[in-house]
Every structure is written in C-alpha cells, then in structure tokens.
Design a protein around this ligand. Structure first.
Ligand SMILES: [Zn+2]
Length: 81
C-alpha cells in the first residue's frame, strides 16, 4: 500500500521515495541517499575493474616488447666474440 512512502527517521513524517528531503523537518531521505551511494559505489567499482582489465591487457601485449627489447643487439654482441 505505502510502497511509495517512507517514514522520516528524524520526525516520522511520510516522505516520498523520490524526494531527497523530508518535507516536514528537511532531513535527508536516507533510503534514497543510500541507494545513490550504492549506485555510485557500483559505478566506481566498474571503473576500477575496467582499469584493471585495461592494465592487464596492456601488460600482456606490451610486456614482451619491453623485456625482449632491441633483439638485434644480441647477435651483434655474439659476432664480436
Ligand atoms: Zn522529517
């Protein structure tokens, strides 16, 4: 029945789920705030995972170049011996 209404934690007044603040006392809508924080947290997590995937991808594809860099230098050194 009252799915769209929440009780204010501070004064007990009914707040709309879509409202950011209690209309009676002005306290923030904790449920909405929590939801927003959760969404932002998930967004940050996705960004972090993407960054890790990109890092692993770059590491995998560019590490051989860095480690075996200048492969022509080795035969040249062998010829001198
Ligand atoms: Zn209130």
């Amino acid at each position: 029945m009252d799915d769209k209404l929440l009780s204010c934690r501070d004064c007990g007044a009914k707040i709309s789920k879509n409202s950011d603040h209690c209309p009676k006392c002005g306290a923030p809508n904790y449920v909405r705030k929590k939801k927003m924080e959760l969404l932002m947290g998930i967004g940050n997590l996705i960004c972090l995972i993407l960054a890790i995937i990109i890092f692993i991808y770059l590491n995998k594809h560019f590490k051989p170049i860095l480690h075996h860099g200048s492969p022509r230098a080795r035969p040249a050194a062998q010829i001198r011996r």
